[in-house]
Design a protein. Structure first.
Length: 232
């Protein structure tokens, strides 16, 4: 008898064929950043929509030169940074605001140090900006420190938004506006789908319905690092 009835699998660089080749003989639900095919139930974070909302929020409040900290070009392979970069660009298209490619700052990872160094690089290169969307809260913390070192005020000179809703963001100076990806909702949905599959695997169960893909909506958590009022 197996010690488990189902598996939650979080793939990063693999696809459903790789999961299938693993020979898992119990129900599987995928949890991840990107679509990888419709063979298994899959719960996903809304990276594109969350990033679009974060960027739109600053655009609505008057920002016109928003730095993308940790941005990536389209590569044909979806990942957290490419999806969030896509949302950033989509917000600009919808607002009719062109993107200055010098504001898209790539980084090796998404740490506090990366956020700090990205802002210092923009400053050294003389690239002005009035907003910064960091792809993680950790990077946003480095952005805030760098702006303080440069002498720019947040949010008066530069608005800042992170992503992940890390607990530390509420205790920064200023408190960090961020995107909450809905981790609790994703966990609940994963368990709901997995239990459905486990129950369907019992001898007396009826036929289970088709494969389900769920994209859980992100929401903005507004704090002190963005302006309070919509620009007119």
């Amino acid at each position: 008898m197996r010690p488990y009835s189902g598996i939650v699998f979080s793939p990063v660089q693999i696809d459903t064929a790789d999961v299938r080749r693993a020979g898992i003989e119990v129900p599987v639900v995928l949890l991840g950043e990107r679509r990888i095919g419709g063979e298994f139930d899959h719960v996903m974070m809304d990276n594109v929509g969350g990033a679009e909302l974060a960027t739109s929020y600053m655009l609505e409040r008057g920002a016109r030169r928003i730095a993308l900290i940790g941005g990536r070009p389209e590569t044909g392979v979806d990942s957290m940074p490419t999806l969030r970069s896509r949302g950033y660009r989509s917000a600009h298209v919808k607002a009719g605001v062109p993107v200055d490619e010098r504001l898209v700052v790539d980084g090796a990872s998404f740490t506090t140090k990366d956020g700090y160094e990205a802002v210092m690089r923009l400053h050294r290169d003389g690239v002005s900006f009035d907003g910064a969307f960091a792809l993680t809260d950790a990077a946003a913390m480095g952005v805030l420190r760098a702006l303080a070192d440069i002498g720019l005020r947040v949010p008066d000179d530069v608005q800042v938004v992170g992503f992940d809703n890390d607990a530390e963001g509420e205790y920064l100076v200023p408190r960090l506006t961020t995107m909450d990806p809905g981790n609790d909702s994703m966990a609940e949905r994963v368990m709901e789908l997995l239990l459905r599959r486990v129950e369907a695997a019992t001898p007396d169960a009826g036929e289970v319905e088709d494969v389900v893909e769920s994209v859980m909506s992100a929401r903005i958590v507004v704090r002190e690092s963005t302006l309070a009022h919509v620009s007119r």
